[in-house]
Each structure stands twice: as structure tokens, then as C-alpha cells.
Design a protein around this ligand. Structure first.
Ligand SMILES: Cc1ncc(COP(=O)(O)O)c(C=O)c1O
Ligand SMILES: N[C@H](C=O)CCC(=O)O
Length: 430
């Protein structure tokens, strides 16, 4: 496979862009080689500037649930652009978007649009602090909530991949206000809540993790969190930036039947454009300016292009008969094929999947349920597998500590090819 143009482009990029990328996870540092520079994407496929085509399981890190360049989304963007791309004033689309989000995720009664998942989580935390008049927050080791200072403590995703879970630049004061607990370990949360009684504003978590790879919450853990928050007057924030509208129409909160106090969103609700949102109980959301004293604003918030792409995507998800059933079937088919490979080759590995997100962990453990299970993975083996995948035409996240995403555009042929290529790669790694 020739990737000379990507190599040359990367050389140019690093002259003026730190590390040559605008988000660290895009660099191939932990898997070796250079990042691919992309020229186009259509449906389930992505094409680099050397004209190599890959089946894409990154999906722009989650948003592309309909596949790339879905004709309805592209058409909505054309139509919207012709009327201007930003006004800094309310539009009808923003209200439609808010109504649809509230319909699809009934725990949300009121929602504020922002421009990224990071903004959503930062703002939700400020709101939780303003509402409860408390300072502390509990997050979980290996969970990632964007790059807001409060969250770069024992963080997942790129922060974990690059070995900088606690970023320099975060002040001691901020770090002190962030307490970390262990995912799927309720006792670790309960003891913090006792130790810091009446001081914890919020518990924030990825209800299904993706940023240390995919891990499901146990019922005991997630139900226990809801109860503990209620008992302690602490707000429960579900960060559904990744899981929202992906693992089910109503996100992880629908699957586990939990009503969080606040939910953060992003990715899918922008249909591939920059977006974020946070919402929840009206009583809490009404603390936000201009109704209340908690300030949060944005020049481009509710941007018409992002609303057009996001609203078109959400409407399709909401109204297409059998959409989530078909997505589940495709994802289950892929996961079963990958599992069969592992079983038949007696290859040590664990596949965790919830709906259309999954991770193949390179580990000898029988299960991966916690951050410490994740840390036992063989990242070098993963790196080799990743590179073999690329050579076979499969594009997935260049880190063991991420999720892969299936879209509705993945055909049975795509999925079968992925299973076959995965087997070939595993055979070379035995
Ligand atoms: C669960 C979760 N929260 C927050 C974020 C931050 O979103 P963004 O990258 O749009 O700032 C991400 C992804 O980066 C995420 O996966
Ligand atoms: N894992 C991250 C979010 O989901 C990947 C996106 C990024 O940081 O660029």
C-alpha cells in the first residue's frame, strides 16, 4: 500500500501544527507510522490522499452513524448555506433541535446547544456547581469528558494513549476539586461521598465507556450511582457525547433505565459538524443565564449549519422504522464474526460491545470490566493488529483505548471483509 502523499503531507503539517494534528488521537504515535491524510469519505468508506480506500470504523470518532456524506445531510447543508452560515440570533431550527432532543431523551426537559462535547461537559459541571453550591466533582479513572481542566485528571482517550492522564497546565486548585473513583466499583464512590459529605456537586461518567475502550456498567454500579446521588444531593451527569443516540435512540440512559439529572451530548447531534449540548431537568437548566446566574455563552452556539446537519440526522434516527434494530443486527454480526476468529484461533482477546460501539481488547483476561483490566492489555500487539488492518483496508482508531463505531452504511460485504481481514491479521500475530 502506497501512502507517500500522506507521509509528505505529514512532514509539511508538523512544520506549523503541533504534532501535525489538530487533535492528539489522530497521530499514530502509539501504533507507529504516519497518520493518513483524508481526501474524502462516502458511506462506510474513507479514502486517503494516496487514493487508498478503507472501510471506516472511526466514523469521525462517532458522529457518522448514517455513514459519510449522507445525501439528506449534504442537501440540508447546501440549502442552509445558501441562506447564510451564522447569524448570532435565534433560529427555528434551534427550537426544533431542542424539541427533538427532549423527545428522544425524556430525562431532558430543557437543552442548551454549544460547539463541542468539551464545552458541554465544562458547562454542565459549572451549572451543577452553581445549582448545588458545592465545588467537588467525582469522575472515573479512564473516562474522558473532553479537555476541560477539571476532567484532565486520570483521563482516558488520547490522554491515556499518550501517557498524560493528568495534564500539566491544570492548576492545583482545579485538580483538588476533582475526585476520582473506580468505574464499576460503587464502594469507591460511596466512600468519597462519605469522606466529602455535602461537598460533591456532581458525579460525571460515560455511562458506557468508550474512551478506555468499551466497558458496560454493571447494574449494581449504575443503579447505585443514581441512588447515591439522590441520597447525597449530588447531581448525576451522564456524559452521552459518545453513547447518545448511538447505543439506543435514547442513549445509554434508555438501555439502563436511569434518569440522570443532566446529560451532555455531542457527536451524532451535529451530523458531522462541530456541536455539543447539555440538558436536563428544567429546574436545573433554569439556573443558566439569562434566566439565572450561571453564565455560559457562545458566538456560534446553535449554528445553522450544525443544526441543519444534526437535525437531519436526528430526524432520520427518530423516524426511520427499524433503524436501531438494523444497526444492532450489523454490529452483532460483526462482533460475532470477530469473536469466532478469536475462538477458532484460540487467540487471547475480549470483545466488548454495546449497540454500534465495540472494542477488541488484546488481553489474556477473560473479561474487561474495569480500568485495571484495560491496563493489562497488550498495546504492542494491538499496534501490530492495527497496522495489519490498515494494510487490509480497515481503518479503525489508532489506539487500544478507544471504541470502534458501526454505521448503518456498513454493508454485510463490508462487515464480512472486516471479519476476514481481522482473521488474517490475528493469524500473523499468533
Ligand atoms: C464521552 C465524551 N465526552 C466528551 C468528549 C469531548 O467532545 P469533543 O471532542 O467534541 O470536545 C468526547 C470526545 O472527545 C467524549 O467521547
Ligand atoms: N476519544 C475521543 C473522543 O471520543 C476522540 C476525539 C478526539 O479527541 O479527537
Amino acid at each position: 500500500m502506497n501512502t507517500n502523499k500522506s507521509k509528505a503531507a505529514f512532514k509539511e503539517a508538523i512544520k506549523h501544527i503541533p504534532g501535525g494534528v489538530n487533535s492528539p488521537v489522530r497521530a499514530f504515535n502509539s501504533v507507529g507510522g504516519n497518520p493518513l491524510f483524508i481526501q474524502s469519505a462516502q458511506g462506510s468508506k474513507i479514502t486517503d490522499i494516496d487514493n487508498n480506500e478503507y472501510i471506516d470504523y472511526v466514523g469521525s470518532w462517532g458522529p457518522m452513524i448514517l455513514g459519510h456524506a449522507h445525501p439528506d445531510v449534504v442537501e440540508a447543508l447546501h440549502r442552509t448555506a445558501e441562506n447564510g452560515t451564522s447569524y448570532g440570533a435565534p433560529t427555528l431550527m434551534e427550537t426544533q433541535m431542542a424539541e427533538l432532543i427532549c423527545e428522544m431523551m425524556p430525562s431532558i426537559q430543557s437543552v442548551r446547544m454549544v460547539n463541542s462535547g468539551t464545552e458541554a461537559t465544562m458547562s454542565a459541571l459549572r451549572l451543577a456547581r452553581g445549582y448545588t453550591k458545592r465545588d467537588l466533582v467525582i469522575k472515573f479513572e479512564g473516562c474522558y469528558h473532553g479537555h476541560g481542566d477539571s476532567f484532565l485528571i486520570k483521563a482516558g482517550s488520547g490522554a491515556l494513549t499518550f501517557g498524560t492522564p493528568n495534564s500539566p497546565g491544570v492548576t492545583k486548585g482545579t485538580a483538588i476539586d476533582t475526585l476520582t473513583a473506580k468505574y464499576n466499583n460503587l464502594d469507591s464512590v460511596l466512600s468519597l461521598l462519605e469522606q466529602y459529605k455535602d461537598q460533591v456537586a456532581a458525579i460525571i461518567l460515560e455511562p458506557v465507556t468508550g474512551n478506555m475502550g468499551v466497558i458496560k456498567p454493571t447494574d449494581h454500579f449504575i443503579k447505585g450511582l443514581r441512588k447515591a446521588c439522590t441520597d447525597h444531593g449530588t447531581l448525576l451527569i451522564f456524559d452521552e457525547v459518545m453513547t447518545g443516540f448511538r447505543v439506543a435512540k435514547g442513549g445509554a440512559q434508555e438501555l439502563w433505565g436511569i434518569t440522570p439529572d443532566l446529560t451532555t451530548m455531542g457527536k451524532i447531534i451535529g451530523g458531522g459538524l462541530p456541536v455539543g449540548a447539555y440538558g436536563g431537568k428544567k429546574e436545573i437548566m433554569d439556573m443558566l443565564a439569562p434566566n439565572g446566574p450561571v453564565y455560559q455563552a457562545g458566538t456560534l452556539s446553535g449554528n445553522p449549519m450544525a443544526m441543519a446537519a444534526g437535525l437531519t440526522t436526528l430526524k432520520l434516527l427518530n423516524t426511520t422504522e427499524g433503524f436501531y434494530e438494523e444497526l444492532e443486527e450489523k454490529s452483532a454480526f460483526l462482533a460475532a464474526g470477530l469473536q469466532k476468529n478469536l475462538d477458532e484461533l484460540n487467540f487471547p482477546g475480549v470483545i466488548n460491545r454495546v449497540g454500534a460501539m465495540f472494542t477488541l481488547f488484546f488481553t489474556s483476561e477473560k473479561e474487561v470490566n474495569t480500568f485495571s483490566d484495560v491496563m493489562k492489555c497488550d498495546t504492542e500487539r494491538f499496534a501490530k493488529y492495527f497496522r495489519l488492518g490498515l494494510q487490509g483496508g480497515i481503518y479503525s482508531a489508532p489506539s487500544q483505548f478507544e471504541a470502534s463505531f458501526v454505521s448503518i452504511a456498513h454493508s454485510t460485504e463490508d462487515l464480512q471483509k472486516t471479519i476476514d481481514k481481522s482473521r488474517e491479521a490475528l493469524e500473523q500475530l499468533i
